[in-house]
Write a protein that binds this ligand. Structure first.
Ligand SMILES: Cc1cc2nc3c(=O)[nH]c(=O)nc-3n(C[C@H](O)[C@H](O)[C@H](O)COP(=O)(O)OP(=O)(O)OC[C@H]3O[C@@H](n4cnc5c(N)ncnc54)[C@H](O)[C@@H]3O)c2cc1C
Length: 412
């Protein structure tokens, strides 16, 4: 292997580059992304949206990092990828760029992430609706937020909830529209989801528990309509209802795609010299079954690391239970493993008696292992749970629930 083209400069693509150089790869590396230098996305709905950090602080590394490591960054989109015959060991891939350029390499990595899902209702595709995926999206949204701005957020998942919290800081009048009450149960369990969802109302946000059926825009005002005839009026509307993996380019290049670019544990795709990482990739296990596509920061970092190791014929790090975090209203939420698997939930309260941590347990007959955990301002609980999950250690539900037992003692 002497050259690699990475398509997409989000966390997944950046990690591949960083790991390739860190693991001693001295060949040519090109990163292609219309957004230019790689930057981090989680702050877009948190500190960056709130105005606490600037665009420079989103970058993973200083711009000179790339020049010093001889990594070429092309600020263009890849529009086509021509792959060589898999049997041709000397064949090179050609990547066509939106500026007309063409790059050649013997390895290609797809790190194209995802794009915001569109609301499948009349008016759901209006140009005036905001989504929150890019730095430009966050800048545009922020510039519309002033004291008294009527902001409607459609979707109270991780991004909608974080944006609601940030928007309150601008004095906006926020309406949060979400049909599921409470949202996020599959990610953090019912007990914590209820506590978190209640924080919107406590923060002065109006919560509407319903699904919109149409959106109309006229003279700068949006009318969001519901099946019962009610209407929410808003100046600014943000739609945060999840993402679709960005797989069109990979599909056109002939890779196996099914709700994500299919990859093995080393992030290899169906073509022997092509890898896929991060939000755009979906695991296909050795027995052919398909896993769940992850849309979290740490997954993109692990996948980028695994891909770089596999490309260089090195051992990838051992897989760990999936982990994510979210921040809102000054609290920090973390989840690990799978809160929708297992059978029972055990909770532990904080000093003020509120649910702080929830642990999901496998059936008693199956060793009563922890399969998922989540916590609010409980990083230690989640770190300990992660070790319990990764090592398959059986847990005593009574000790999990007992706040007089230090979390770390659960490992003993
Ligand atoms: C606002 C926001 C907040 C988030 N908060 C959290 C959080 O708190 N916790 C958490 O765990 N996760 C969070 N995430 C998720 C996390 O950021 C993603 O899982 C992670 O960024 C995925 O990395 P990626 O490299 O796969 O994709 P992305 O970061 O989406 O990067 C994909 C890149 O590919 C580029 N691209 C796409 N198509 C092409 C093409 N044809 N040619 C060239 N380039 C292309 C795009 O321009 C983009 O830069 C958040 C995401 C967002 C958007």
């Amino acid at each position: 292997m002497d050259s690699v083209i990475v398509i997409g400069g989000g966390l997944g693509g950046f990690t591949v580059v960083q790991q390739l150089r860190g693991r001693g790869f001295a060949g040519a590396i090109a990163v292609v992304d219309p957004e230019g230098l790689p930057y981090d996305r989680p702050p877009l709905s948190k500190e960056f949206l709130a105005g606490g950090i600037d665009a420079e602080q989103l970058h993973f590394v200083e711009p000179h990092w790339f020049a010093e490591r001889h990594v070429d960054v092309y600020a263009a989109a890849a529009t086509a990828v021509d792959l060589p015959d898999p049997a041709d060991d000397d064949g090179r891939a050609a990547v066509t760029l939106s500026d007309g350029g063409r790059l050649f390499a013997d390895r290609v990595v797809f790190a194209t992430g995802g794009r915001a899902r569109t609301l499948p209702i009349p008016g759901g595709d209006l140009d005036s609706l905001f989504v929150l995926r890019t730095r430009a999206d966050a800048e545009a949204l922020r510039s519309g937020l002033r004291p008294g701005t009527r902001l409607a957020l459609i979707g109270a998942g991780l991004i909608g909830a974080e944006a609601a919290s940030a928007a309150r800081g601008f004095g906006a009048e926020v309406t949060l529209i979400e049909p599921v009450d409470p949202p996020l149960v599959p990610a953090i369990g019912r007990e914590l989801a209820e506590r978190l969802h209640a924080m919107h109302t406590e923060a002065g946000i109006r919560v509407v528990t319903a699904a919109p059926v149409a959106i109309r825009a006229s003279a700068g005002e949006h009318s969001i309509e519901f099946a019962d005839g009610t209407v929410v009026s808003a100046d600014v509307v943000l739609v945060g209802i999840g993402i679709e993996p960005e797989t069109a380019l990979a599909e056109a290049a002939g890779l196996d795609v099914d709700g994500g670019v299919l990859t093995d544990a080393g992030q290899r795709t169906s073509h022997p010299r092509v890898w896929a990482v991060g939000d755009c990739a979906r695991p296909r296990y050795d027995d052919g079954t398909l896993g769940r596509r992850a849309e979290h920061w740490e997954n993109a970092m692990h996948a980028g690391t695994a891909a770089a190791a596999a490309m260089l014929g090195q051992e990838p790090p051992a897989p760990t239970a999936p982990w994510f975090w979210s921040d809102r209203y000054g609290v920090h939420v973390e989840g690990v493993g799978d809160m929708s698997a297992g059978e029972t939930t055990v909770t532990r309260a904080d000093a003020s008696g509120r649910v702080q941590a929830a642990f999901r347990l496998a059936p008693a007959g199956d060793g009563q292992r922890v399969v998922g955990a989540a916590a609010i301002d409980g990083g230690v609980a989640v770190r300990v749970a992660r070790r319990l999950i990764d090592r398959g250690i059986a847990a005593d539900p009574a000790r999990l629930a007992d706040s007089s037992v230090p979390y770390k003692q659960l490992l003993k």
